[in-house]
Design a protein around this ligand. Structure first.
Ligand code: DC
Length: 222
């Protein structure tokens, strides 16, 4: 089974996708982390983020892997644990620019489809329902108010030791949303078959129950 969860930054996608994958025994694939890896490596190697050719070469030469840690999933880039590094302010500010290059998206989408080919998956991102898993059984579009999303993202950053001011996080999210919604390929959008959920006033448990009820409602025993 394939479950796609798309939505803007801070809507709670990764938290719910991880929980859902745990509950169902599926593989969780955090596609945002993959774009973040390419961005992190490009910054480290001082690659011009506007240079599609250089970025493409770098992306082709990058091995991204998810490994299960003791309490959460870890992200490895070329064998190095970059789980915290890819959440830095610097990467946040640049990732949407990297993700806007169609060739980078093609490389990432191919890898994501490969990861999903032999497993039941919960995959979160921006273009999962449209480009990566167009045949997914469920396409959730998760959203929340900008204030709530900024608050959640700030809490997430604080938990990983990368605290930021709320107002700064909010501006960063707004800029990223604008750029993610307006790019030519793989833009964030609600699809005709999206199940839209506004989680602004929901707890994670509420959200989890709603998603599980939706899946049960169409006959799956979960
Ligand atoms: O979900 P996230 O905030 O970790 O995503 C980081 C960035 O990567 C986000 O600005 C948009 C981009 N992204 C994308 O373009 N397509 C995806 N499938 C996932 C993320």
């Amino acid at each position: 089974m394939q479950i796609a969860i798309d939505g803007p930054a801070g809507a709670g996608k990764s938290t719910i996708a991880r929980r859902l994958a745990d509950k169902l025994g599926f593989v969780y694939i955090d596609t945002g982390a993959m774009y973040r890896c390419i961005t992190w490596k490009a910054i480290k190697n001082e690659v011009d983020l506007a240079d599609a050719g250089q970025l493409t070469n770098l992306a082709r030469d990058t091995h991204i892997e998810f490994r299960q840690g003791s309490s959460h999933q870890l992200v490895f880039c070329d064998g190095q644990d970059v789980s915290s590094a890819i959440r830095s302010h610097e990467v946040n500010a640049a990732v949407s620019k990297v993700a806007s290059h169609p060739e980078i998206r093609r490389i990432m989408v191919r890898q994501q489809q490969h990861m999903a080919s032999n497993n039941s998956v919960v995959m979160d991102g921006r273009d999962i329902g449209e480009c990566v898993l167009p045949e997914a059984e469920y396409k959730f579009f998760l959203t929340a108010s900008i204030e709530e999303r900024a608050r959640r993202r700030q809490a997430e950053l604080t938990a990983t030791g990368l605290g930021h001011e709320l107002e700064k996080v909010k501006i960063e999210i707004e800029e990223r949303d604008k750029s993610d919604a307006n790019r030519e390929v793989g833009s964030l959008k609600i699809l005709p078959d999206s199940i839209v959920i506004d989680s602004s006033s929901m707890t994670i448990d509420d959200l989890m129950n709603l998603i599980l009820d939706t899946i049960r409602g169409s006959g799956y025993a979960v």
